[in-house]
Design a binder for this molecule. Structure first.
Ligand SMILES: C[S@@+](CC[C@H](N)C(=O)[O-])C[C@H]1O[C@@H](n2cnc3c(N)ncnc32)[C@H](O)[C@@H]1O
Length: 279
């Protein structure tokens, strides 16, 4: 059977299962199956594929049909200016988190050597993206999940940054170290009882999503800890949930952080707060 016929069968299966991105998803899964780029697939629609390739493709289609995210099936996600290996131990890097990278880069000049801490490093997408553009900076990265750290190290290796990032398996509560110029964090911030309604997000590790009863448990820990880990005038760049701005801003102010900036996402929700430790 030709590529085009298998693609069409895939479209039907995913469409029936309400996968709105069925077309692009089938093309991506075919390109994974045949180890060809999506462009090559589209240029070779009349090419015949082998029986075992067809089997492999439909195994992937069946995973996608059950709503498993494409990034877990292909083990890959593009973020900022790079490509990252992903698996079920880490949150899939989100375009909204690119605001954290953008804001952090604005705070560091190209030739500056700043010390950065990434709390909840996950796949490593934030620190790796920042270090690639700021060659004199170094980063410490912590995560409570051993398997997330494993993957972050693999990504750091792939991006040739393993000598500039130090990894620690630590809960933010138990991390004590020297002082940092900047702390970045995209902590889990979903309310516990809402996680089960999140659809495809449900494939992702609970530890990366679960912000406790009010969604603010880990965010508050990150802020409280940052007060001790940041140098005077150090910056905290934090991602928050779409409805958490007022509570997080108040919590920051109570702990003597000055609010520099609140950045909205592409859906006009406040999602990133840049603040300064002032005493
Ligand atoms: C929302 S994910 C963010 C991952 C990555 N930084 C990103 O932006 O894609 C949150 C990460 O924090 C880690 N984490 C959750 N609770 C933590 C805690 N108390 N201390 C340290 N890390 C924690 C999770 O394992 C997860 O990798």
């Amino acid at each position: 059977m030709k590529i085009i016929d298998n693609l069409k069968d895939g479209y039907e299966i995913l469409k029936e299962n309400n996968i709105s991105t069925y077309k692009i998803d089938c093309e991506i899964l075919m390109s994974k199956t045949l180890n060809m780029s999506r462009e090559e697939i589209l240029l070779n629609l009349e090419k015949k594929i082998k029986e075992e390739e067809k089997k492999k493709y439909f195994i992937l289609i069946n995973r996608r049909k059950k709503n498993e995210p494409i990034a877990y099936i292909t083990n890959n996600k593009d973020f900022w200016r790079g490509s990252f290996i992903t698996n079920k131990n880490v949150l899939i890097p989100r375009p909204d988190s690119e605001h954290l990278v953008e804001q952090t880069l604005k705070l560091i000049q190209k030739n500056q050597a700043k010390r950065i801490l990434d709390i909840g490093v996950g796949s490593g997408c934030l620190s790796i993206s920042i270090l690639k553009e700021r060659p004199y900076c170094k980063c410490d990265a912590i995560d409570a999940c051993k398997n997330a750290l494993k993957l972050a190290k693999i990504n750091a290796n792939l991006h040739q940054l393993i000598d500039r990032i130090k990894f620690f398996k630590r809960d933010v509560d138990n991390f004590c170290n020297d002082k940092y110029d900047l702390i970045i964090s995209n902590p889990p911030y979903i309310k516990k009882h809402k996680i089960k309604y999140l659809g495809t997000i449900n494939y992702e590790p609970k530890i990366a999503l679960d912000g406790g009863l009010d969604g603010l448990e880990v965010i508050k820990k990150v802020i409280s800890k940052s007060k001790y880990l940041l140098k005077f005038n150090g910056k905290l760049i934090l991602e928050i949930g779409y409805d958490q701005k007022y509570k997080v801003v108040n919590f920051l102010k109570e702990r003597n952080f000055f609010i520099n900036k609140i950045i909205k996402d592409y859906g006009n929700n406040s999602r990133c707060i840049v603040s300064t430790k002032i005493n």
